[in-house]
Design a binder for this molecule. Structure first.
Ligand SMILES: C[S@@+](CC[C@H](N)C(=O)[O-])C[C@H]1O[C@@H](n2cnc3c(N)ncnc32)[C@H](O)[C@@H]1O
Length: 350
């Protein structure tokens, strides 16, 4: 595809927008939160600050690609009855929207207004088609619990002349020094690509707890470790308390010779411990950002920086996803291997 420009809904501190910038693709993000906007401003990312619901495709006429990482909402809470009900509501609303119904009034009746946000990308897609300027490509990302919504989106987009692929991707399989699972959907208008769209192929081995780091085999590289990307002089162990089940003391325990556990908004609480049990300094925002593959000098700003970092899609994963969705040359990715990530200011020349 030529002359690509992305509008990124719920753009956060810029995980996807950093990837787009690396790939030389213009991007504008819509983001509500003052803190995320402070980071975006410091990073020089184009931003419209406000509520995604107040805007539409006609306000961003140059954008021919839609990206969105809506906030994780109540339905992500495992096993919660309310969560399941919210998810069912969302699926019903999506189908009604696809049938041309205006559900705005009904969405306002939902007990948690945030539930409706996951449907905003669909509202933008439908509006763009009504405006006779359908998006050439669409990229959606969320926690795995949202997969049923992406399944319905797949059906709807397929009926709207898009080629679609979606699945749960594991970030360490794309060279991110962190295990994190995300439901990703990509879609491309059937008249815009040579072949059907497919999610990016893994470039690195999946991580398995207790299994030694695999050698490179068949072009698939070993997973990238925390020690590979952080400039700490000695080995360490991180106690993150991430996850459920098993012995709480052993939960989320990761050595520097392994990828990090999922980076969340609570990463600043993780303990970092030397082999002789001495407590080491906790992760700085720069280090937490690096575990998400943000450049080491990314200018994190505002408050709640750990939350901003935990909210983001790892830019390296986003770069793989963009290359696949937009049918770009995969060689573009070669220079973005995690251990050699470029410094932000060198990259954007600020
Ligand atoms: C999961 S994060 C997305 C992160 C982003 N994809 C990235 O990679 O950095 C969701 C973001 O949506 C923002 N948000 C929540 N409600 C919003 C709304 N109504 N309009 C615009 N942004 C909103 C939040 O502040 C948060 O930064």
């Amino acid at each position: 595809m030529h002359a690509v420009e992305i509008v990124d809904l719920f753009a956060g501190p810029g995980g996807l927008d950093v990837a787009a910038t690396w790939l030389g693709i213009p991007v504008v993000g819509i983001e509500l939160d003052d803190n995320a906007c402070a980071t975006r401003k410091a990073a020089g990312l184009r931003t419209t600050q406000g509520d995604v619901c107040d805007w539409g495709p006609e306000n961003f006429p140059k954008a021919n690609v839609l990206a969105a990482g809506p906030p994780c909402q109540t339905y992500t809470v495992a096993g919660s009855g309310t969560g399941r009900q919210d998810l069912n509501d969302v699926l019903t609303f999506a189908k009604r929207m696809a049938n041309g119904e205006d559900v705005t009034a009904d969405l306002k009746k939902l007990s948690d207004p945030r539930t409706a946000l996951v449907l905003e990308p669909l509202r933008w897609v439908i509006r763009a088609i009504e405006n006779e300027r359908p998006y050439d490509a669409i990229i959606l990302e969320q926690v795995p619990a949202v997969r049923p919504v992406w399944e319905v989106m797949d059906e709807i987009l397929t009926g709207l002349e898009y080629s679609v692929d979606h699945n749960v991707l594991r970030t360490e399989e794309y060279g991110v020094p962190q295990t994190r699972r995300r439901a990703v959907l990509i879609a491309r208008r059937k008249d815009k690509g040579k072949v059907d769209v497919t999610l990016p192929a893994a470039t690195h081995h999946p991580y398995r707890k207790g299994v030694p780091r695999p050698e490179e085999a068949g072009g698939i590289k070993p997973w990238v470790t925390m020690g590979d990307v952080l400039r700490r002089p000695n080995p360490f162990v991180v106690v993150s308390n991430y996850g459920t089940g098993g012995d709480p003391k052993a939960r989320g325990l990761r050595k520097s010779t392994e990828p990090s556990a999922t980076v969340t908004g609570k990463i600043s609480r993780n303990r970092v411990i030397a082999p002789d049990s001495t407590m080491l300094p906790r992760f700085t925002p720069a280090e937490a950002g690096q575990l998400q593959t943000f450049p080491a000098d990314y200018p994190w700003s505002g408050r709640d920086i750990a939350q901003q970092i935990g909210n983001a899609i790892p830019p390296l994963l986003a770069a793989h996803v963009l290359v696949a969705a937009l049918d770009l040359d995969p060689k573009l990715l070669n220079k973005w291997t995690a251990p050699r990530l470029p410094l932000w200011f060198e990259t954007v020349g600020q």
